[in-house]
Design a protein around this ligand. Structure first.
Ligand SMILES: Nc1ncnc2c1ncn2[C@@H]1O[C@H](COP(=O)(O)OP(=O)(O)OP(=O)(O)O)[C@@H](O)[C@H]1O
Ligand SMILES: [Mg+2]
Length: 286
């Protein structure tokens, strides 16, 4: 009897140790974690509280959109993740290390709010830029440039200079450049903001396909509610002065999306909640 009990106890312990190990194995390390992160810019007109008390977790394979009125700190938050700004207080980790270490490990690609191409380089030479430091073969470089320019509909413009292209085309070239070195994490600051509706729909579709095929992690800034709902697994609604998180909304549509889904009830429900968050967090007395 005693033996049986002891054996039982031992078995239980073993089973629970096994479960603990299993649970441990299931714990995913977030790609980005911030804790009580704040950033205040000191300006001649006094302090600007760009970010205050930001707590976010971005898990591998998530597509997270930041949406909120102009000046609520979206670009600032992306720049903190990319080590282009330092927080005033709180903490942040990217791939479990500091943004500085993640930058040095080339953990991400960044698409800036303005295209930021080098005017003295042709489009193909701009896209080639991140590849040049990777030591790829000539053939591999050529293939990646062609593939990514095709993805953003810029085949045929390889030899043009940025100033010979429209603003939207320049923006698409900068997206091709960020995709070309195939980063696991993509930081995108309003990449489609300057594009017309049809091109934007096309690129939304391409980005959704790319994301669900490659399981990249994406942090994406937008002003467009339909774009945020169409692309995201999680939408972070921000409000200004100081820049804060107002709401975090899960978007449980299937990972592979179609433009027709924009008419579905699930889509419209999420869009409505985003709109309510934006309205509540917005101040009209500017
Ligand atoms: N380098 C800087 N020095 C001082 N203030 C800054 C600096 N960069 C941003 N700010 C201020 O911080 C706040 C947040 O700016 P940020 O660019 O992050 O906003 P945003 O949400 O990206 O806006 P938008 O939608 O217009 O791009 C704004 O009040 C802005 O004026
Ligand atoms: Mg911005």
């Amino acid at each position: 009897m005693t033996d049986t009990n002891m054996t039982g106890a031992t078995d239980n312990t073993t089973a629970s140790a096994g479960r603990d190990a299993q649970d441990h194995a299931d714990i995913v390390q977030p790609v980005i974690t911030t804790k009580d992160l704040s950033l205040t810019f000191q300006t001649n007109d006094g302090p600007v509280h760009a970010l205050s008390g930001i707590d976010i977790d971005v898990n591998p394979g998530e597509f997270v959109s930041l949406i909120g009125p102009s000046g609520c700190g979206k670009t600032t938050l992306l720049r903190v993740i990319a080590d282009l700004e330092q927080p005033t207080s709180g903490s942040i980790e990217v791939n479990g290390v500091s943004p500085d270490a993640a930058r040095k490990a080339r953990a991400y690609g960044y698409v800036f709010q303005a295209a930021a191409l080098y005017p003295w380089r042709t489009i193909e030479k701009n896209v080639a830029l991140p590849l040049e430091i990777m030591g790829l073969s000539h053939a591999e470089k050529k293939e990646r440039i062609a593939r990514n320019l095709e993805l953003v509909n810029l085949t045929g413009f390889e030899r043009k200079y940025p100033w010979q292209l429209s603003g939207g085309m320049q923006q698409r070239a900068s997206i091709a450049r960020a995709l070309a070195f195939d980063p696991a994490l993509l930081l995108m600051d309003e990449p489609f903001g300057a594009l017309d509706e049809i091109v934007r729909d096309h690129l939304n579709d391409q980005l959704n396909k790319l994301w669900h095929k490659t399981s990249k992690t994406v942090v994406f800034v937008t002003h467009s509610i339909p774009e945020a709902v169409y692309l995201s697994t999680k939408i972070i609604v921000m409000s200004p002065r100081p820049g804060k998180i107002y709401d975090v909304i899960d978007c449980k549509l299937p990972r592979e999306r179609t433009l027709e889904m924009r008419e579905s009830k699930e889509f419209l429900d999420v869009a409505l909640r985003v709109r309510e968050g934006l309205r509540a967090g917005h101040s009209y007395d500017e």
